[in-house]
Write a protein that binds this ligand. Structure first.
Ligand code: NAI
Length: 250
């Protein structure tokens, strides 16, 4: 087993995940850059430096998840931080604008195939990856799990007519993040006695492929809170949902 702590960031070949991986490497972790496409993961890992390694990981494939878990155990012998970052905002043609995503995701017209595909990645993928890696995380001295959620998943915020983003609250992406929040809380409750801290975080509206680069925050700004939650000390919270301004309503 290696002495340096090990962190896995899913979907870290680009966007906010790549920045989280970069920042965690800067904080002394060996970072595993999860990527569906190994080549993209290797390019991303190389851009971070010697502390980063690519790890083939498709969060919708049980075979890929099992192989990744085996590799982490045999090659690194430990896992201290899991950042469930991989996510999709729709399952249609790449490059859709936010307006197009919002319109096709309205509850009156949303394709069930698309709802299922987005839940497969954003919700079931998180459950599957977390279950496969929990044995390793339980062995770590102070494991942390961080789930990349969104204020678009907050029922309380979107029930408020004065919350502008509610204009795109639909039946696809938003409820996938609501469900992810529920899973975060359930896992935090189950693991309370173990010292493993599980938190959900909203990185804010960030310019990435997820929103056709319409987001206004930088990936550096977006990564700061997930990284903070990955580095929590033993007095840090568990079972929370927050952004950089503090707790968010579920
Ligand atoms: P992005 O599209 O740049 O990155 C998403 C990453 O997930 C990519 O690396 C992609 O390859 C990966 N991914 C997708 N499906 C996967 C699968 N089946 N297996 C493994 N990896 C997969 O988007 P971004 O913005 O960096 O998103 C990261 C997280 O932040 C997502 O969970 C997203 O929902 C969340 N988020 C993003 C916001 C934004 O404004 N960009 C706002 C709120 C939350």
């Amino acid at each position: 087993m290696q002495n340096k702590p090990v962190a896995l960031v899913t979907g870290a070949n680009k966007g906010i995940g790549l920045q989280i991986a970069r920042d965690l490497a800067g904080h002394g972790f060996t970072v595993l850059v999860g990527s569906r496409n190994l080549e993209h993961g290797e390019t991303a890992a190389k851009s971070i430096g010697a502390d980063a390694r690519a790890l083939q990981l498709d969060v919708t494939s049980q075979a890929s998840i099992a192989a990744a878990a085996d590799r982490i155990r045999s090659e690194f012998g430990r896992l201290d931080v899991l950042v469930n970052n991989a996510g999709i905002s729709h399952a249609g043609e790449p490059g859709r604008s936010i307006a197009e995503i919002a319109n096709s995701g309205r509850p009156s017209v949303a394709s069930l195939d698309e709802v299922r595909a987005v839940f497969e990645t954003n919700v079931f993928g998180v459950i599957a990856v977390t279950q496969a890696l929990l044995p390793l995380l339980r062995e770590a001295p102070a494991a942390r799990i961080v789930n990349l959620s969104s204020d678009l998943g907050s029922l309380s915020m979107n029930a408020d007519p004065s919350f502008p983003p509610r204009a795109v609250f639909g039946a696809v992406y938003s409820p996938s993040k609501t469900a992810l929040n529920a899973i975060t809380l359930a896992l935090a409750i189950e693991l309370e006695s173990t010292g493993i801290k599980v938190n959900a975080v909203c990185p804010g509206f960030t310019g990435t492929d997820l929103n056709n680069f319409e987001g206004t925050r930088t990936v550096q700004e977006a990564a700061s809170q997930p990284v903070r939650l990955a580095l929590l000390d033993e007095n840090g919270p568990t079972g929370t949902f927050s952004n950089e301004d503090g707790p968010l309503p579920w």
